[in-house]
Design a protein around this ligand. Structure first.
Ligand code: ADP
Ligand code: MG
Length: 319
């Protein structure tokens, strides 16, 4: 299945169906003056071609950083990332730019960052297609087809500048701009934030059309309904994959260092700092038992810490 197939010429290889990605031990460190921020602390993730995935998790957990690394906007500090069979970790700036121009479409958070304000919707798509090399450009779909894929079909919607569109239409135009070059992978950071539920649902429908056309879709969202619509959710916590959800069921994921992020309800029983005895059962399952180690004796002058409070794992925006 070819995304946005055009009747003119053969589709480029990258557009022929979705492309997958695979990363192992992906690390990204923001180096600031005087200190470093470890935004990604070893992400292991596989996304198959044609899959649709929602990255969820608390604010500051590394979702946007992960999207930027996937999209070739940031170079990982360590680890391995393969996008559509291409090893991005070793790619130079030229190769990364080419990847963005042909195989990966990125929608940054906030639709205004993805469109040009003085061009109509149609012209925005055409402008995005200008970067493509001659032969490839001829194989791209007309702007109207791209806009139709994201549900912008009215004359007003096609001819208007972004500022005259509704917030939902503007967001769908941002998706269209990212799809203009018929990428095999669409990355969208919070494409439904700040939309009312109707506009949000229209974006969800647009994303579903994109996925049905064969493109792999990866989004960041805080909206549980949007996450559920994607089929697979990956929870990022502290710069790692903390949990995976499939068809509404959540699974904790054992990290490469053997660690496991407990779900919120388990944290009520095992607050951070709790000593836990892990008892392996003959049937292959394991039990977690809270334990008070006998050999831990607090010196007399040390006041035993108050019961730690359960951190609010979901952050502000979940409430
Ligand atoms: P999320 O999208 O899940 O909210 P981010 O990827 O934006 O998370 O941020 C992950 C961590 O990296 C946070 O601690 C954040 O403060 C930090 N961070 C993000 N962007 C920058 C930046 N440009 N410079 C320095 N630190 C950053
Ligand atoms: Mg973010």
């Amino acid at each position: 299945m070819t995304l946005l197939a055009s009747s003119v010429g053969p589709p480029p290889a990258e557009a022929d169906g979705g492309i997958g990605l695979s990363c192992r031990g992906l690390v990204y460190i923001y180096r600031l003056e005087g200190y470093d921020v470890v935004a990604l602390a070893g992400v292991d993730l596989d996304i198959a071609p044609g899959e649709s995935v929602a990255l969820v998790g608390p604010s500051g957990s590394g979702k946007s950083t992960l999207m930027s690394v996937f999209g070739g906007l940031l170079t990982p500090s360590a680890g391995r990332l393969v996008v559509g069979g291409r090893d991005i970790t070793r790619a130079g700036p030229g190769e990364l730019a080419q990847m963005r121009a042909t195989s990966v479409g990125v929608v940054l958070q906030g639709p205004g960052r993805n469109t040009l304000p003085y061009l109509s919707a149609e012209q925005n798509i055409e402008f995005a297609q200008r970067g493509a090399a001659g032969g490839r450009r001829r194989g791209l779909p007309p702007a109207r087809e791209v806009l139709a894929l994201v549900g912008l079909t009215g004359r007003h919607q096609m001819r208007s500048r972004p500022g005259r569109l509704t917030p939902g239409e503007r967001q769908r135009l941002a998706l269209g701009v990212a799809l203009a070059n018929a990428p095999g992978l669409l990355l969208a950071d919070e494409p439904t934030s700040q939309l009312d539920s109707r506009a949000r649902d229209e974006v969800v429908v647009a994303l579903e059309s994109v996925r049905r056309a064969g493109t792999t879709v990866v989004i960041v969202t805080h909206d549980p309904a949007v996450g559920a619509s994607m089929g697979r959710t990956v929870t990022i916590r502290d710069g790692r994959v903390g949990a995976e959800g499939r068809s509404g069921e959540d699974f904790a994921v054992v990290g490469r260092d053997g660690s496991i992020h407990l779900p919120a309800e388990a944290l009520q029983v095992f607050p951070p700092g709790t000593f836990v005895r892990v008892v392996m059962e003959p049937d292959g399952s394991a039990r977690l038992l809270p334990a008070q180690p006998a050999n831990v004796v607090l010196p007399a002058n040390v006041v035993e810490p108050a019961q730690p409070t359960v951190p609010d794992l979901w952050g502000e925006e979940y409430r």
